[in-house]
Design a protein around this ligand. Structure first.
Ligand code: NAG
Ligand code: NAG
Ligand code: NAG
Ligand code: NAG
Ligand code: NAG
Ligand code: NAG
Ligand code: NAG
Ligand code: NAG
Ligand code: NAG
Ligand code: NAG
Ligand code: NAG
Length: 575
């Protein structure tokens, strides 16, 4: 009997170690949300869904705020836990979380392996507290397709955790109202596809005194690798099928009644099926599970927007080409985080300085060698200055100065009979808004991206790439959203082989990540992976202790079957 029990125990132990070794734990390097741990927490399940053939069939659920973690809306923080498993072969898919018609999280799925993957991402949703304070519709759009050769389903669970406030942990600062700048669809995700420009009539409360706009934007289709697209002037110096046109420069703009109010030079998120998928297992590219967003101060437009009328708010994405056209498509959305006055009387004021050009200043240069080499550089710079005075219904006067200074450069090298396709890109900038001289929004960013992509055989079925990119950003999104500094550097290498019996590859990934915020929280993680295995992992900082969880080492194999990757410029491989 005892012997049998012991044997059973050993069997269970073997089973447990084998099953842990088989399922790959994917992750994106990120800070654990800076929410209090030593307070009451209430967790509710928002949705559970296996996304199989889910194209055009999102998960739509009704949300009701929890009442067991203090008064509704008084929370010190909110986090979302998205945990997903998948087996088989599948593309990465975009996931869009829409809550009360506001996009609150854009993610993408790591590509599964036949033996299975699992990932968890914990997202700080505190800035959407006004939405979580009332009942409403929650939609997760995850358009997956099952077909011959694409078998992976995404078994997904989403939980929300609410952190009770206390004397020690006051209720989180928050907007009074969040207004969607989205398609407002109730039966799918609310992102808009551009081009053409997306516009919506928006009515803002007449006692609005501050407005901060958050922008979501990511390239898709012929724009997935927008930084590899070539200026039209040099497109015909290259053979067909190597790259798309309309150049690599992309500016996301928000306009109010046709006037540019603010812009963003986007960070390039590389999805796990991008360029060389073997580089992104188990560590995804930075941002793949939580795409960065961009904040602009729309307060200078309060005198225009607070007149009780509907105004035309637009979002588009433009290029450095003469007609500013881009390819299909980008998915964009926005939301306005609004602070209202204690008085219900309308806000007044006027725009005093508006020094904004519709488009960035850009230059394109290049050279074409006798051997067919083509090098092209596109540069852009952008300055925005808007000043306004705002007089609240309760009589408070605010002088607002909103400035943006941005720089961009992208050089593409097509070498060695187009087998080498390299990109060296930088986007950097400085956004600042002051309200009566006090800094209200700040964004200092630098997003260098360096990709060397090389086709290694004449059939085009073997290639490798090294991707060296960083996300260095000090950001105060608004006075009521916690400011932070992130310095993140990732160097990933992947080799990929396509054969008629399947695709395989392997890769390495080195990451250094540092986080610090204005509440004194810190976190760092230096983590390296080689051939599906974590080879080095050092985690620390004040946020590490309560939130860290161990990643199992992974011994079973160094390479495995993957879906057909997507290549720069829509390059087709030999198969
Ligand atoms: C996230 O949710 C999963 C279940 O869906 C759970 O196993 C896991 O412990 C949760 N992680 C955290 C940090 O709450
Ligand atoms: C993947 O396989 C594991 C182990 O058989 C199973 O527990 C899990 O439910 C599967 N997940 C999906 C999404 O099919
Ligand atoms: C979605 O539902 C809201 C609330 O019922 C409604 O105001 C809105 O018009 C609906 N949107 C669309 C696109 O039908
Ligand atoms: C906004 O409203 C105006 C008039 O009320 C209408 O002409 C226009 O088509 C609307 N625009 C959008 C984008 O809905
Ligand atoms: C809203 O503004 C955009 C940008 O100027 C413009 O393309 C669009 O036609 C405008 N829509 C309406 C209804 O005026
Ligand atoms: C912009 O210019 C490109 C290249 O000349 C052309 O193919 C495209 O049709 C133009 N797009 C628009 C919207 O005019
Ligand atoms: C393009 O740049 C590469 C790398 O710097 C250089 O070797 C090559 O000569 C350049 N070719 C042309 C045509 O400028
Ligand atoms: C990438 O290519 C560029 C241009 O050819 C070259 O200068 C650089 O050294 C290469 N980087 C790596 C990591 O191979
Ligand atoms: C990576 O894959 C290549 C091509 O299959 C193979 O030659 C190489 O040995 C692999 N490297 C490791 C460490 O598994
Ligand atoms: C990545 O880290 C490993 C050690 O974990 C080191 O041997 C290797 O040189 C690093 N590679 C890069 C590109 O930094
Ligand atoms: C993964 O790492 C563990 C622990 O360092 C090591 O024992 C194992 O051999 C490694 N597996 C592979 C496939 O490199």
């Amino acid at each position: 009997m005892l012997q049998q029990l012991a044997r059973l125990l050993i069997l269970i132990l073997i089973w447990a170690s084998v099953s842990r070794a088989e399922v790959l734990v994917d992750f994106q390097v990120a800070e654990p949300p800076p929410v209090p741990q030593d307070t009451q927490q209430c967790t509710i399940q928002i949705l559970e869904r296996t996304f199989g053939s889910s194209y055009g069939d999102p998960e739509i659920v009704q949300y009701t705020p929890p009442t067991d973690c203090g008064p509704v809306g008084s929370w010190a923080g909110i986090t979302l836990n998205f945990t997903v498993t998948s087996n088989g072969t599948q593309y990465d898919r975009l996931g869009i979380f829409t809550f009360q018609n506001v996009e609150i999280w854009r993610t993408s799925t790591p590509e599964p392996t036949p033996d299975g993957i699992i990932w968890t991402y914990i997202k700080d949703a505190t800035r959407y507290l006004p939405l979580f304070s009332k009942a409403g519709t929650f939609i997760l759009e995850l358009d997956n397709i099952l077909e011959e050769g694409l078998t992976g389903q995404y078994a997904s669970t989403l939980h929300a955790t609410f952190y009770a406030s206390s004397a020690q942990h006051p209720p989180a600062p928050r907007a009074d109202v969040i207004i969607p700048v989205t398609t407002l669809a109730n039966n799918t995700g609310d992102e808009a596809s551009v081009p053409p420009i997306f516009s919506l009539n928006v009515t803002v409360p007449q006692n609005a005194v501050q407005i901060y706009a958050e922008l979501y934007a990511s390239g898709n289709g012929d724009e997935e690798f927008w930084y590899f697209n070539t200026a039209n002037e040099y497109l015909y110096d290259l053979p067909a099928g190597i790259t798309y046109g309309n150049g690599p420069f992309r500016e996301v703009r928000m306009l109010v009644d046709g006037q540019v109010a603010g812009v963003a030079f986007p960070y390039a998120v590389i999805f796990t099926g991008g360029i060389v998928p073997s580089a992104w297992q188990p560590i995804t590219s930075y941002g793949a599970l939580d795409l960065p967003t961009y904040f602009i101060d729309l307060t200078p437009f309060v005198p225009v927007l607070a007149d009780g009328q509907a105004h035309n708010i637009s979002i588009d994405v433009v290029s450095a080409e003469t007609n500013h056209t881009i390819n299909p498509n980008w998915y964009v959305s926005g939301n306005l985080q609004v602070i209202t006055d204690s008085s219900s009387k309308p806000t007044t004021g006027k725009i005093l300085v508006y020094d904004v050009q519709p488009y960035a200043e850009t230059t394109t240069t290049g050279s074409v060698g006798a051997n067919g080499d083509v090098n092209v550089t596109v540069s852009a710079s952008r300055k925005i200055l808007i000043e306004s005075e705002i007089i609240s219904g309760s009589g408070e006067y605010t002088y607002v100065v909103w400035t943006q200074n941005l720089e961009y450069s992208n050089t593409q090298y097509y070498l060695d009979n187009y087998n080498v396709q390299n990109v060296v890109q930088t986007a950097s900038g400085s956004f600042a808004s002051t309200h009566n001289g006090v800094l209200s929004l700040n964004d200092q960013f630098s997003y260098p991206l360096d990709i060397n992509f090389t086709v290694l055989n004449s059939e085009g079925t073997i290639w490798d790439a090294v991707i060296d990119h960083s996300y260095d950003r000090t950001q105060l999104p608004s006075p009521f959203i916690l400011g932070s500094t992130i310095t993140e550097h990732q160097v990933a290498y992947g080799l990929f082989v396509e054969t008629s019996s399947g695709n395989y590859g392997n890769g390495t990934s080195n990451n250094t990540f540092n986080y610090a915020d204005l509440n004194g929280n810190t976190y760092y993680r230096n983590v390296n992976a080689a051939y599906e295995n974590i080879t080095y992992d050092s985690i620390g900082g004040t946020l590490a202790a309560s939130n860290s969880f161990a990643f199992p080492s992974f011994n079973s194999f160094a390479q495995f079957v993957m879906a057909k990757p997507r290549l720069p410029g829509g390059r087709q491989t030999g198969l």
